[in-house]
Write a protein of this length. Structure first.
Length: 202
């Protein structure tokens, strides 16, 4: 499977396991959009939102409360201005080629709708970690996971392109596939010739 020409790139790392933090970097990649002095698109501003919903749940979630140190950096890693419109929405003007969003997420909620980061293992549902770029939800999302070296396994329903690199058709698929990172046991089996993997964590 090839990476499409237009997509959202998300890099996920865990530089502070003791503090239980994940770090997210997001970029818009699209050759067709780089025009007018490297401006991404003819938009006055971009709306970036932390989901307040969870797949399969009928409740309002406040996932943005776990977000820290939100910033947008240019290709030289210099900070650019942004506005926080509400608790869970950020506005960015004049997004240029090479710009990226960077933020941290505190992961101390171990549940099927949470994000948990520790030395022993990492588990999360995408709505607790990843923001959606309004107008680009239908684009493919490429997730690159930089796992801690001592945690050897990654299990998820996302399609793997290579170890640690996964492709989702759109934002909905990205956040609807839980991820487990650790040294857990994995059972593999087939049902009606469809391969399955079961990760045992507890």
């Amino acid at each position: 499977m090839k990476i499409p020409s237009n997509y959202i790139e998300i890099k996920l790392s865990f530089p502070d396991l003791n503090g239980q933090f994940a770090q997210v970097e997001m970029r818009i990649i699209g050759k067709q959009l780089h025009h007018k002095k490297n401006q991404i698109a003819d938009q006055a501003s971009f709306e970036i939102a932390m989901p307040r919903w969870t797949p399969g749940w009928y409740s309002i979630e406040e996932n943005a409360r776990y977000v820290l140190d939100f910033k947008i950096l240019d290709e030289k890693n210099k900070a650019k201005d942004f506005q926080r419109q509400s608790h869970s929405i950020w506005l960015i003007d004049n997004w240029l080629k090479g710009d990226k969003i960077v933020y941290r997420v505190y992961g101390a909620k171990w549940s099927d709708d949470g994000c948990y980061v520790s030395e022993e293992h990492i588990s999360f549902l995408g709505t607790t970690l990843f923001m959606e770029i309004k107008g680009y939800e239908s684009w493919p999302h490429l997730l690159i996971i930089d796992r801690p070296r001592h945690l050897k396994k990654i299990n998820t329903g996302l399609r793997a392109l290579s170890p640690g690199k996964y492709l989702a058709e759109d934002f909905d698929e990205l956040v609807d596939c839980p991820v487990e990172i650790g040294n857990h046991e994995v059972d593999k089996f087939k049902a009606r010739n469809i391969p399955f993997e079961m990760a045992w964590v507890g």
